[in-house]
Design a binder for this molecule. Structure first.
Ligand code: FMN
Length: 185
């Protein structure tokens, strides 16, 4: 059977971002779980102004093809002022139909104790507006500035189990919705 295709969107382009290490960790875990996956970095798709889906992205790469083929999405995002990074919104607003009827899981990141819990809540209306199915099992990466050693290895092994729970939910919805979308065709 073809593997489910679940790209991972790294939602911040900040210089020195700790979320990058989280995204690489989630990527490795998602591959081990059995998903077809790749990292999508907002740095590669961000523009200075919003370019909506119906406007041509002149000379700019678009991530439309990646998301059109995807069976679901994982977003790895830090919390900035109780919200999401501006570049996430710019990149996310580039597409529309590519997201519809697909599951999405959010991994929140912060250097505090809550691991971006408020960010996840703020993202939900956006995901719902784009007809995505937002999952219950978010993973919150807290105190991220202390979470990885110098070699980039995660110090807290409990995240493996938390991600497994998120992947299980994602797997169920991705498979069920894929079947349902194919019936629509
Ligand atoms: C502009 C800005 C706003 C921030 N606001 C919050 C916040 O509201 N809550 C929080 O827990 N951390 C906040 N942080 C700190 C992040 O948790 C911290 O940068 C962390 O390392 C995760 O983000 P990173 O990928 O940018 O490193 C903020 C950081 C920046 C740069």
């Amino acid at each position: 059977m073809k593997k489910l295709d679940i790209p991972i969107l790294l939602a911040t382009g900040r210089q020195g971002r700790f979320s990058e290490a989280v995204a690489h960790y989630v990527l490795a875990q998602a591959k081990d779980y059995g998903f077809e996956t790749q990292l999508v970095d907002v740095r590669d798709y961000s523009t200075t102004v919003t370019i909506p889906p119906w406007e041509e992205k002149k000379g700019k790469k678009t991530w439309s093809k990646i998301m059109a083929q995807a069976d679901g999405l994982i977003i790895v995002s830090p919390e900035y002022n109780h919200g999401y990074p501006g570049e996430f919104k710019i990149v996310f607003d580039q597409l529309e139909k590519e997201y519809a009827k697909k599951p999405v899981a959010v991994c929140g990141v912060s250097d505090g104790r809550f691991g971006g819990a408020r960010l996840v809540g703020v993202m939900l209306p956006i995901l719902r507006t784009l007809q995505m199915v937002a999952l219950k099992n978010s993973v919150h990466f807290s105190t991220v500035d202390e979470l990885f050693d110098e070699a980039g290895k995660i110090k807290d092994q409990s995240y493996q189990g938390k991600l497994k729970k998120m992947f299980d939910e994602l797997n169920w919805y991705a498979a069920a919705l894929k079947k349902a979308r194919e019936k629509d065709l």
